[in-house]
Design a protein around this ligand. Structure first.
Ligand SMILES: Nc1ncnc2c1ncn2[C@@H]1O[C@H](COP(=O)(O)OP(=O)(O)OP(=O)(O)O)[C@@H](O)[C@H]1O
Length: 316
């Protein structure tokens, strides 16, 4: 069952004695015969911005629910700032921005925040959280008139009321248009720069690439990769080499395929595409034995890593 290709853990350069923002040990949760989370270990240091990635059904939401104290593990433990999750939530150490729900359409943004603040002791001033979420200009707009992106920034403002040490976002931008997503992330990014720990689950790989210090990739309820975006990308070793090749010689294609450093060879019209762990050797071979020209070598992206590390059989 063990399949972890963890490249490093923990990360973020935190001092060894620092109490982790999140510490998951052997976390396990099943629903009937579905093993949603299978012995997941993860430590997140204060101040890290971590993307939690994985295909549908990988166990992201189940894990997040346990971190927020919304459900209990079958086995293993969850600590949030050294406390059990419900105590951490009660003390305002952690709050969450979820995908939907929790808003009343007839209230304005300010009224929504005032109502939420009245339910808790010792919250930040409403004007401050409006400002931090970048929606001061929307304070008097009714929620029902706000766009999806603006509503998400309002949820973000609500989550900031207790000034939590740790902010958790579960697929916060699903269904938003590009502008809404960009505005939402710029507000989160600015806030995180002040030192808040942020953990977000997303299906948009480019969001993880752009905004996370660290990517934790889960598959079948386990961590399969853990590192910076470039470290995770480098787990799918190699690069893609493209070249223009007139009159491709089948012997040349076969020789390339037979090279031990070559993963795949493909011909699309005049364009030869080779993925390889040693693009220099392939380039040398091509340039000395064929008329290949317009050579271009690129790193494989996060999407390649995601597919390769989470596909069936990746364990082997
Ligand atoms: N309440 C539940 N009852 C039964 N099965 C559940 C329940 N919640 C989750 N599961 C199952 O557990 C597995 C993990 O689900 P989870 O929602 O944690 O995945 P996810 O990574 O968040 O997926 P997605 O990206 O689709 O949201 C899935 O197979 C899901 O069907």
């Amino acid at each position: 069952m063990s399949s972890t290709q963890t490249v490093r853990r923990p990360s973020g350069g935190a001092a060894v004695h620092t109490v982790p923002a999140i510490e998951l040990t052997g976390l396990t949760k099943s629903f009937g015969s579905v093993h949603a989370v299978r012995g997941l270990d993860l430590t997140i240091a204060p101040g890290e911005v971590v993307a939690f990635l994985g295909p549908n059904g990988a166990g992201k939401t189940t894990t997040i629910d346990m971190v927020l104290g919304l459900s209990r593990p079958d086995a293993g433990s969850v600590k949030v700032h050294g406390l059990d999750p419900s105590t951490a939530v009660r003390r305002g150490l952690v709050s969450a921005v979820m995908q939907s729900g929790g808003l009343l359409k007839d209230l304005t943004a300010r009224e929504t925040l005032e109502l939420t603040a009245s339910l808790f002791a010792g919250t930040r001033p409403v004007d401050e959280v409006l400002d931090r979420a970048g929606i001061s200009d929307l304070a008097d707009r009714r929620v029902g008139k706000c766009s999806g992106g603006q509503q998400q920034r309002l949820r973000f403002a609500m989550a900031l009321l207790p000034d939590p040490e740790l902010l958790i976002l579960d697929e916060p931008t699903t269904g938003m248009d590009v502008t809404g997503r960009r505005d939402f992330w710029s507000a989160i990014h600015e806030d995180a720069a002040r030192g808040r720990t942020v953990v977000f689950a997303t299906h948009y790989l480019e969001e993880a690439d752009a905004y996370a210090d660290r990517i934790v990739l889960v598959s079948h309820g386990e961590v399969v990769a853990d590192g910076t975006a470039s470290e995770v990308k480098s787990l799918v070793s190699g690069r893609t080499l493209r070249a223009t090749l007139h009159d491709a010689d089948p012997v040349l294609l076969q020789r390339l395929t037979d090279m031990s450093v070559v993963d795949s060879v493909e011909l699309r019209g005049d364009t030869l595409i080779v993925t390889s762990t040693d693009s220099d050797a392939v380039a040398r071979h091509l340039l000395t034995t064929s008329d290949a020209h317009d050579l271009e070598i690129t790193s494989r992206g996060l999407e390649d890593a995601f597919i390769s590390l989470t596909s069936e059989g990746a364990e082997s």
